[in-house]
Design a protein around this ligand. Sequence first.
Ligand code: ZN
Length: 503
Amino acid sequence: MLLALVAVGSSSWAEVSREEAARAEALAQDQKVMSTAKKDSEIMANLTHLSDMIGPRLTGSAALKRANDWTAAKMKSYGLSNVDLEGWTIPLGWERGTATARIIEPDNGRSLSLASLGWTPGTKGKIEADVVILNAKNSKELMQYRGKLKDAVILRGAPAVVRPVNEPLPAPGATTDKKPEPGKEPEKTAPPMRPNYAEMMAFRRELMEFLRTEGAAVLLQDAAKPLNLLTTTGGWQGTDRANAPEPLPSAYMAHEHYALLHRLASRPGAPKTRIAIEITNKLLPGPVAVYNTVGEIRGSEKPDEFVILGAHLDSWDLAQGTTDNGTGTSVVLEAARILARSDVKPRRTIRFVLFTGEEQGLYGSRAYVQKHKEELPRISMCLVHDTGTGKVIGIGLQGREIVKPLLEPELASLKDLGFKDVNLRSMGGSDHASFEKEGVPGFAVQQEMSEYRFTHHSQADTLDKAHEADLTQGALVMAVTALRVANMPNLLPRDKPVRGRGE
Ligand SMILES: [Zn+2]
């Protein structure tokens, strides 16, 4: 401000000074946001309510609807405009029952720990069945098992190699979209041996169909986590469930128990290994109504252009859904609170969206981009928080090189918070990908991993894993980034090199 008043001389001086004044004003706004964050934080109270009072929020469940209503009320209490629950539907609902098993042959007294995959049915009561290892990796290998799987419990291959808990993970972002230095030939390296995703999915469908027609009883997979942790995943297939054949009961078994069954079933001389197993789940006839919670701070100059901050409100149901993704939800709510109470008046509209159906395949964010198709060219960016409780250390631009020099200088204030850099890395598997797919810049914040590799989808995804200081830092990164992007002279550019396309 001060500089603008001094700058009345030559036009170039005036221009430089205007730019400096704008920079100083933007930094002052960042400071306003940061000081608001220190006052009356609700981040842990919100995460506690979501985890302890509402509990796990499975897509299509009554608990998720309660979470929708509660987050909408929160948004209203912060003074957001146009708070709404935007409805979409899933073809059928699902309720987890119980899953119990024990080894009966050899008679070693072991009970086994397991968790159903979502949207799979139960067994027909308690059954006793032979354990058969299935090692097929393609259609040809599958044919060897014809006629050998009737009423069997199937182990899907060898146990996983599980990294010990005290072994550090490789640095985050091992995949980079690195450009060769100018004037240098790109290094020639062998292409990575990555399985083709489409082929993998096609084989998985073929395998499931084969197991069903062969009359297998249950499919077991290794939970592949240390210290008896379970995991879950899964979802409905397609939209036409009325005519679809009932899927096979399927479950993840704790790694230690899976490895034991595998050792027993591969004993030389082929003695039988038998277990008793009972799974009770309910598939609920649909369509079932599901909602995304949305609210916004209207832009002061360009209200019809948008910046979106997002996280998914739904969770898996083995625990409390705290780190996946109660943390992202409370970070987005806190960013909304901070921005709404900071008196910063963003030029573009900042919209806060809590997506649902993320865990089954990004369905809620896909419903969102479909419903808001007409707005997509006017959405500057969607930024999501979805890797647990860890501090935010970067933003990956999904290979959008052109955005880097524009965004980098805007985030200078975040350096003091431990935010390291804006880089070109890509991440898939969360709601930003639904925006990227439509050509809208869609990014996910990069976070310190904390205990995410253990808590993710497991029965240990509980409130005690949350770190308040890191969540507050996340909310500040989200709030400042949204404000800066909302105030930029233009929308973020859409141009993107094809090779960097991260979907
Ligand atoms: Zn998640």
